[in-house]
Design a protein around this ligand. Structure first.
Ligand SMILES: [Zn+2]
Length: 306
């Protein structure tokens, strides 16, 4: 430290003592911090939804989840200092509280945050019917994880760039087209099909890329008989709700079609494309193709151009 620095700490130049609330709440609570909090919550929600059934999720939570809850409690305490009693809650106080909040409250109602007014985000982070992360939640999570602000690159570009980077890291820059076509044609694969894909000399998809793009199907996509149900329109696996099978994709024309779909067996060891790939890449292309087919127009291969 310089002499000047030492002098600065003495006598009249000493810093004012921080007030106790500032020490407690850490970084300034403002629009940036509100965006950071909603990003942390979205990442937490998407991770928790795909958390393996056989892996315990308990306190102390995964770092992102814990940070999200901590920051919300501090923001709430700062925003509503007179409203801290349990009865009249204006902000969630625990992870279970937060998940209920994500399902029941539109983000517009999260008045413990100061989201930028020009940012038009609305909707719940968890779908009220399927409890799956909403499209909004996935978009916020992807932007947070890829350090893209809400006005930045389109989600489709972020998703395609991510695939492109995986190929570059595998030493095969520009080779992603075969993978993208495979994903759109076969969003769900059996373990046998995955094994064939790994050794396919025609497609030449690197092992690491296959593992990053196709993940084992989570328990909650199966019914009690060990059957999963694939939406014939968008190609995603549907959720078995109390009112029947329901597609997770918000824009899917067959979303509420509780019957039908292709039945698949758990014993075949199913894999499906990761959630962002399903939502932002595969489903829009398949739904667009189905619409064009229904209008009797020829299909366009340009869909897959990055
Ligand atoms: Zn669908």
């Amino acid at each position: 430290m310089t002499d000047e620095g030492d002098d600065w700490l003495d006598g009249d130049y000493a810093l004012p003592a921080p007030n106790p609330l500032e020490q407690l709440t850490g970084p300034a609570f403002n629009e940036d911090e509100s965006l950071r909090i909603i990003g942390l919550v979205s990442v937490t929600v998407t991770r928790l939804t795909d958390w393996p059934a056989d892996k315990e999720f308990c306190n102390p939570y995964d770092g992102t989840a814990q940070l999200a809850v901590d920051r919300i409690c501090l923001a709430g305490l700062r925003r509503f200092p007179q409203n801290h009693r349990q009865g009249n809650r204006r902000y969630p106080r625990s992870l279970t509280d937060l998940l209920a909040w994500c399902r029941e409250h539109d983000v517009q109602e999260w008045d413990f945050l100061d989201l930028p007014t020009e940012l038009s985000i609305e909707g719940t982070l968890l779908d009220p019917h399927t409890a799956a992360p909403s499209r909004l939640c996935q978009e916020l999570a992807l932007r947070y994880e890829h350090h893209e602000d809400p006005a930045g690159k389109s989600i489709r570009s972020i998703t395609l760039d991510h695939v492109q980077r995986q190929y570059a890291e595998a030493g095969m820059p520009g080779g992603q087209r075969a993978l993208l076509e495979k994903l759109v044609a076969s969003p769900v694969l059996t373990s046998t099909a995955i094994a064939s894909l790994r050794i396919s000399r025609r497609l030449r998809i690197p092992d690491g890329v296959i593992s990053a793009c196709y993940v084992p199907v989570h328990e909650r996509y199966f019914d009690r008989r060990g059957r999963a149900n694939m939406c014939t329109s968008c190609g995603s696996l549907r959720i078995n709700t109390t009112t029947g099978w329901r597609c997770e994709i918000e824009d899917c024309p067959d979303r509420d079609w509780v019957q039908g779909g292709e039945s698949l067996a758990k014993k075949d060891g199913l894999y499906h494309a990761t959630r962002p790939l399903r939502e932002f890449l595969i489903a829009p292309i398949r739904i667009g193709r189905a619409r064009r087919r229904s209008r009797m127009k020829p299909d366009s291969p340009r869909d897959l151009e990055p």
